[in-house]
Design a protein. Structure first.
Length: 411
């Protein structure tokens, strides 16, 4: 506790010092700022039981140039949340970074910045640290970064790699015990990327080597490394996407492997609408009882795979068909059908509860986005998950969800 408190105080002091140093360099005349008000309300039901949730977040932000070689962006949020029949106020520092241009070809980002892997389900979110990227002569880009997760809000970081982290994630924030209930697990992330926008003007390729290192100080430390690749190839009217990831996990001097992959096929439809049909299949390995070196795939951040079944990819495989269209300049829609399949019967712990077979069922979901004004966006969605279309819990009750979001730029 004392160590965490001391580290937090040192970090806050460093932020103040950096602020005093940068303030004289900033051009106040070029400063841009605004205030967003993000509202989301949803009703989730499982069988005959349901729950209403609400989140309203005020997000002030501003950006400014620092002389001619850098930019500064700062944003924060204060959210009023209602869930589990309780209200809570959650403060959060959001994207806050300085971007320094290093000559004509390089950029250095310092602060709290977004990062995502090529596949989109291994690591994604805001992280504290530094990242450098450099444009190469052949048109490709090379980048590397290192980040720390221990100062992030746990629900935004979404890190649940171990059972203890999952329990901590689901526990409510208590201001009487703020340091132990607010922050994400203490891990260091590192990643190196290489991306080429068009090899032979045909293949867009991104390669990433990433890893996380457990700094929690627990008796059993859990480290993982990932080698990822994703390629995108246009073939006539179609766009093919192929991605794969190999994971190496280390725990108590025991090394195990896991893997995941995806195949996507996009087709812009030959209609007068700006619409597209997209097929995506994802597979993740499960624990193999006959081979102790093969285990279930565990991502760093727990990206939800569905809109109703919001579980991470561990122990899951999915087949998704998505239709999206822009009906008018201010209105777009999407319709999604996603089928969930268990990779094996032990790892997956989410709904539905039964494990009589490998097929969980099918989720159907639709969403509409209406933006009548540049500073107003309204999102409405709803769908249902049917266990009866599988055999894991064939007689289980249906899950359904409706949600409404309103994003307003106040100034």
């Amino acid at each position: 506790m004392k160590t965490t408190t001391g580290s937090l105080r040192i970090s806050l002091r460093c932020l103040l010092v950096v602020g005093f140093i940068l303030t004289p360099l900033c051009s106040l005349a070029a400063m841009d700022y605004g205030l967003l008000f993000d509202n989301n309300v949803s009703y989730d039901a499982a069988g005959d039981e349901g729950e209403t949730k609400y989140s309203g977040t005020l997000v002030p932000w501003f950006s400014m140039p620092i002389e001619e070689t850098a930019d500064l962006y700062i944003s924060a949020g204060a959210a009023a949340k209602y869930e589990d029949k309780k209200w809570n106020i959650i403060p959060e520092l959001l994207r806050t970074e300085a971007t320094l241009r290093m000559g004509e070809d390089g950029e250095l980002h310092i602060g709290r910045m977004p990062y995502s892997d090529p596949l989109g389900f291994v690591v994604s979110g805001l992280f504290d640290g530094a990242r450098y990227s450099h444009d190469l002569a052949d048109g490709s880009r090379l980048g590397a970064g290192v980040w720390y997760t221990g100062f992030l809000y746990k629900k935004s970081a979404n890190i649940t790699m171990t059972q203890d982290e999952l329990v901590s994630y689901n526990a409510p924030v208590e201001y009487a015990n703020f340091l132990d209930t607010y922050f994400a697990p203490q891990r260091v992330l590192a990643a190196a990327d290489w991306e080429h926008p068009g090899i032979n003007e045909f293949i867009r390729l991104r390669l990433t080597l990433a890893g996380q290192f457990d700094l929690s100080g627990s008796d059993i430390l859990y480290h993982t490394q990932y080698l990822m690749a994703k390629a995108m190839m246009p073939v006539q009217a179609f766009v093919f996407e192929l991605g794969a990831c190999l994971e190496l996990a280390e725990m108590e001097n025991l090394y195990q492997f896991a893997f995941a992959g995806e195949l996507g096929i996009g087709w812009p439809l030959p209609t007068y609408l700006n619409d597209r049909l997209m097929f995506t299949g994802r597979f993740s390995s499960g624990t193999n009882d006959d081979d102790s070196t093969i285990r279930a795939f565990v991502p760093i951040t727990s990206e939800p795979q569905g809109n109703i079944i919001k579980e991470k990819i561990s122990g899951l495989s999915t087949i998704k068909l998505d239709y999206s269209a822009r009906l008018y300049s201010t209105l777009s829609i999407s319709l999604t059908s996603m089928y969930f399949i268990l990779s094996e019967l032990d790892t997956y712990q989410g709904p539905p509860g039964g494990k009589d077979g490998y097929f969980l069922g099918n989720e159907f979901y639709g969403r509409a986005i209406w933006s009548p004004l540049s500073d107003l966006r309204i999102t409405a969605g709803g769908g249902i998950f049917l266990p009866s279309l599988g055999n894991a819990d064939k007689n289980g009750g249906n899950f359904w969800r409706v949600d409404l979001g309103v994003l307003l730029a106040l100034f």
